[in-house]
Design a protein. Structure first.
Length: 623
């Protein structure tokens, strides 16, 4: 220890300015702001490094885990969370068998999706046969109009079995507002059932029943600050509804559960959950609850469906793994990992097993459950927590000043804002400003769909409530839950159905470094449409390259060279090809206007709209 102290005393810590001076030297004149400062979708800048001095004005860093405002989590001794798996319980006996099986495989939280018309004592007895609710968190999702009935049946069943009611943990997913967002239907009449639902669960103090399903916003492409800001406003709306109905503020707050999505922006998602807890504690505090524990936010995190893909679907495992890590590090209460195959089929037993194991690995091998708030004190994450809290709070205040979440939802303003973000993200993906690994960036050149077809988004919304009975439709818009990769997948599936797979041949010539770089770019660009791409080591003449392309039965010839050499090679190659295949120039050379004047129409480069370009090529190829 003495040696360590001596080591620290012998070296003087560099100042922030010294770091910046060194960075300026290493950048060799490049713009620091453009090269190293990241502008987030949330509207703030992220610096390449942070130091202790950046946190000196942040009050939240002084609190401990388990202390108000709970930025560092609700837990004090460990970071245990529930490993949850959801089950379609249309057949009670089959659902029970599956539940018992996965309980022996590491799951300790079950989510049952129950048809409203099936609710009865016999049904619940069959469904929960052999399951001990004092050791397992039980969560139920059913028709919104049947939630009170379900609560009464569950309570009677637990009493009949003489289970310790105070020790039972679980939830009933009552959230008519979510239905309004997902379907554009007026569900306000169902809101009045919130009070009797809470009354029905009086003897089950640890059961949550009033839900904020902001995971629906996440799966509709909402930005991180949007999901958090709207979730807070959503929760505040419930607090207003419940307290105005005569429910004590402490009781109301303790019955609320947040089901939130988690995307693949690793550090930002960690910060989101920490900021959300901090702000929710401040909101609930204004209702003057009897204890600070009522100010705790309880979160079940769902890994995102929005960024999952049909092609190269095993990459979904990488996405959901980092998402799960974000949620675990951020101290959520339970996690649902979306199986990797959900975009194109009902998840298989194998996919569900992998999804479970993704959490179990973090617990049993990486020991993520042992330490409380490992992110606490990280200069970067503490800064992100503060920055995203400010942006989320701005959005929360905008909603409150406009009349509250329910009013904004009824007007369609919430849905319109999220759908606008979805449109923006699809546009960015089309231009490759937002990368989708395996889809618009580094696609698997040889992969085929093997008969896979995308599942309708409405059919895959496992988190949404099953709703029976008729609810009057309104002109309100509904959330667009089209996945980010969907348009590229439709393009590639259309190519697969063509009589012939288009062949794109790289005519590489001239400068070695440039032709290789442009050939690699072009192969990735065109393979995203499902074209067969053929790269080459280089040709001595354009005639040799064109002859080789025609011999390979190429439908597309892409000339890959340097900007300067295009003035020499591009037009002769185009003329020699003489319309026998589509001709593309890789790049945007200074001589582009001269090339266009010679009749060359097609150019691909980093500023191209990849999706629109490929759709146009498919049209030219008769696909």
């Amino acid at each position: 220890m003495a040696n360590k102290e001596k080591l620290f005393s012998e070296f003087q810590a560099p100042t922030t300015q010294e770091w910046l001076d060194k960075i300026e030297v290493d950048l060799k004149g490049a713009d620091f702001q453009k090269r190293l400062v990241w502008r987030t979708n949330e509207g703030f800048n992220v610096q390449p490094f942070y130091r202790r001095e950046d946190l000196k004005d942040l009050k939240a860093v002084d609190s401990l885990p388990g202390e108000f405002p709970f930025v560092r989590g609700n837990k004090t001794d460990n970071n245990l969370w529930f490993v949850r798996q959801n089950i379609d319980a249309e057949d009670a006996k089959a659902a029970n068998a599956k539940a018992l099986d996965i309980l022996n495989k590491g799951v300790d939280s079950l989510g049952f999706k129950i048809p409203g018309e099936s609710i009865s004592m016999d049904y619940i007895a069959t469904l929960l046969d052999g399951i001990l609710p004092q050791y397992v968190e039980l969560n139920f999702d059913t028709c919104q109009r049947h939630c009170v009935e379900l609560a009464n049946v569950l309570l009677d069943y637990f009493k009949q079995k003489q289970y310790p009611l105070a020790d039972l943990k679980g939830s009933i997913n009552f959230d008519p507002i979510n239905k309004m967002l997902l379907k554009g239907k007026d569900t306000t009449a169902v809101l009045e059932q919130a009070k009797p639902l809470i009354a029905a669960l009086k003897e089950l103090p640890s059961y949550k029943c009033i839900n904020v399903n902001s995971v629906s916003l996440n799966n509709a492409g909402a930005y991180i600050y949007q999901e958090m800001g709207y979730a807070l406003a959503w929760g505040a709306e419930w607090m207003n509804i419940l307290t105005e109905a005569g429910i004590d503020a402490t009781e109301a707050a303790k019955r609320i559960k947040f089901n939130m999505g988690v995307s693949d922006n690793y550090f930002m998602e960690i910060a989101k959950f920490r900021a959300a807890r901090m702000l929710w504690a401040q909101i609930v505090k204004q209702y003057e609850p009897k204890c600070d524990c009522a100010c705790q936010m309880h979160v079940c995190a769902y890994t995102s469906e929005y960024n999952q893909t049909l092609f190269d679907s095993y990459v979904n495992l990488l996405r959901s793994q980092t998402e799960t890590m974000s949620a675990a590090i951020a101290n959520v209460d339970s996690i649902v990992v979306t199986p990797f195959d959900k975009p194109y089929e009902t998840p298989t037993d194998f996919a569900e097993r992998i999804a479970r194991n993704q959490q179990l690995l973090l617990k049993e091998e990486a020991h993520f459950d042992k330490l409380v708030d490992v992110a606490g004190g990280s200069y970067t994450i503490e800064h992100l927590t503060d920055a995203i809290a400010k942006e989320g709070w701005k959005l929360f205040l905008e909603v409150e000043n406009a009349g509250g979440f329910l009013s904004e939802a009824q007007k369609g303003n919430i849905v319109n804002a999220v759908n606008a973000s979805n449109d923006k993200r699809h546009a960015d993906a089309a231009k490759r400003k937002e990368f989708i690994l395996g889809t618009n960036q580094f696609p698997n050149f040889t992969e085929t769909s093997e008969g896979k077809q995308p599942v309708c988004p409405a059919c895959s919304a496992a988190h949404s409530s099953v709703c029976c009975g008729s609810i009057a439709a309104t002109p309100a818009p509904a959330l667009n839950t089209e996945r980010l990769a969907s348009q590229f997948e439709a393009l590639r599936l259309a190519t697969e159905k063509a009589k012939k797979q288009p062949i794109a041949f790289m005519l590489t010539i001239g400068n070695l470094a440039m032709r290789q770089a442009r050939a690699q770019f072009s192969c990735n660009f065109l393979a995203a449409a499902g074209y067969k791409v053929i790269d080459n080591l280089g040709f001595k003449t354009v005639e040799e390259g064109v002859d080789a392309a025609l011999e390979a039965h190429a439908d597309i010839v892409v000339i890959c060279s340097s900007d300067d050499e295009y003035a020499e090679y591009a037009i002769p190659a185009f003329q020699y090809l003489n319309g026998r295949a589509m001709y593309i120039v890789a790049g945007a050379p200074a001589c582009s206007e001269d090339l266009k004047a010679a009749g060359i129409e097609n150019f691909i480069h980093v500023k191209s709209n990849q999706l629109e370009t490929l759709q146009a090529y498919n049209a030219k190829l008769g696909i």
